[in-house]
Design a binder for this molecule. Structure first.
Ligand SMILES: Cc1ncc(COP(=O)(O)O)c(C=O)c1O
Length: 390
């Protein structure tokens, strides 16, 4: 064999069975080969499991999908190349022209974009109401053509808690699909609730280090099989290298999440007693309007704290710019703490009355807690609050 041929047909050096690597290799191959045409045909007909092209399936992606099923207590999953891809693919696959769906003023802003701009162009209508509006939820779910409700809990950025029992009961009574974007609660909450589909941005707590995008659609086999053909044919799959980074991140997921939640509670308690803070929102605080519901539904209270600062926009800008450890960024769930001006980042598409419903004010700030030492974080907040107020 000539060397020009040799470099294109390299000899694999795979370990023998029993001598496996402790860390699984990343499967970068897009293509998978078959010894016979018959075996290739068997894969296409579904007679045999296997891989043929990574846009459909890949062992590294499958490892991530299986782990997510186990964490979220469901049968099947699809790993997508971002959180918004998970939302888009799920909705495009489960809805059709003439269907109606329910979303919330408290929903993640790109979710509102997808529903109000993209799906609307294809004849899917929606109601945009508050997650606290139980009458509105009951009314909208009872409409003849309502097919799906997409919600979050805790909500962004105010941390309202959606009443899962109520939403599920209403949805079941009306044969409506329940889809929970559970990015804020992580992969370990709500498995025992009768929720049809869990969506996640794996970019956040799952990967944990802010260096990779990814998403997940998790549900029973039947629903996932309805989504899979669109997922594969629209190129929604995550890249194997990204899936690997998320799998690696997940090894420390619980350590990080617990520390982030513990930091969030300490910070919320500190802020609650600070003269420059008007009101703090953290589901773990007894003063939070949904504290009891959060206690009933969640294993923990999350890593997001929101608060209204005393003063005006100017004081809010001064405060954010005076922080050293909390970095001004529009993400969450990383090892480092972050700060975000709520109205600017999450609500510029909302009308004033929708903003009012969502509870976001001019000086509302969202903190996403990292895993730093809480005393250092409190010191940073304390000096910035003092500086902001002269
Ligand atoms: C609740 C929620 N869903 C989905 C996403 C989208 O995730 P990604 O940035 O991975 O597309 C985010 C991102 O912030 C989010 O907060």
């Amino acid at each position: 064999m000539k060397k020009e041929t040799l470099v294109n047909h390299q000899t694999p050096a795979r370990p023998e069975p029993g001598n496996e690597p402790l860390v699984e290799p990343i499967h970068r191959s897009v293509k998978y080969t078959f010894p016979t045409v018959k075996e290739m045909a068997q894969l296409f007909s579904g007679e045999k499991d296997g891989y043929f092209y990574s846009r459909y399936a890949n062992p590294t992606l499958r490892q991530l999908e299986i782990l997510m099923c186990q964490l979220q207590e469901r049968e099947d999953a699809l790993a997508t190349n971002s959180g918004v891809t998970a939302i888009t693919n799920c909705l495009l696959s489960l809805l059709r022209q003439g269907d109606h769906m329910v979303i919330f003023v408290e929903s993640y802003r790109p979710t509102r974009y997808i529903v109000r701009n993209l799906l609307a162009r294809f004849g899917v209508t929606h109601a945009l109401i508050s997650v606290k509006d139980h009458d509105g939820i009951a009314r909208e779910l009872a409409r003849d053509n309502t097919r799906l409700i997409l919600f979050e809990t805790p909500t962004n950025p105010m941390t309202w808690i959606a009443d899962l029992d109520f939403i599920i009961r209403q949805a079941r009574a009306n044969n409506v699909l329940t889809v929970l974007d559970s990015t804020f609660s992580g992969l370990h909450n709500y498995g025992h609730y009768d929720i049809d589909i869990f969506l996640h941005s794996l970019t956040k707590f799952a990967s944990g280090h802010g260096d990779v995008l990814g998403g997940a659609i998790i549900g029973n086999k039947e629903l996932i099989s309805r989504i899979k053909p669109d997922y594969a044919n629209t190129g929604a799959a995550i890249a194997p290298d990204s899936a690997y980074l998320i799998l690696r991140g997940l090894k420390t997921y619980f350590l990080r999440y617990r520390q982030q939640c513990a930091n969030a509670l300490k910070i919320a308690l500190f802020l609650e007693n600070n003269e420059f803070v008007e009101k703090v929102f953290y589901p773990g605080l007894a003063s939070h309007p949904d504290h009891l519901l959060a206690k009933k539904q969640m294993h923990d209270f999350g890593a997001i704290v929101a608060f209204h600062l005393v003063g005006k926009e100017k004081e809010m800008h001064n405060f954010i710019e005076a922080l050293h450890l909390f970095r001004l960024a529009a993400s969450l769930g990383s090892t480092e703490s972050m700060v975000t001006p709520a109205k600017l980042f999450f609500a510029t598409d909302l009308e004033p009355e929708e903003l009012l419903l969502g509870g976001i004010q001019e000086t509302t700030v969202r903190l996403s807690l990292g895993i730093e030492d809480s005393d250092d974080l409190i010191e940073d907040l304390e000096q910035a609050l003092r500086k902001a107020n002269g």
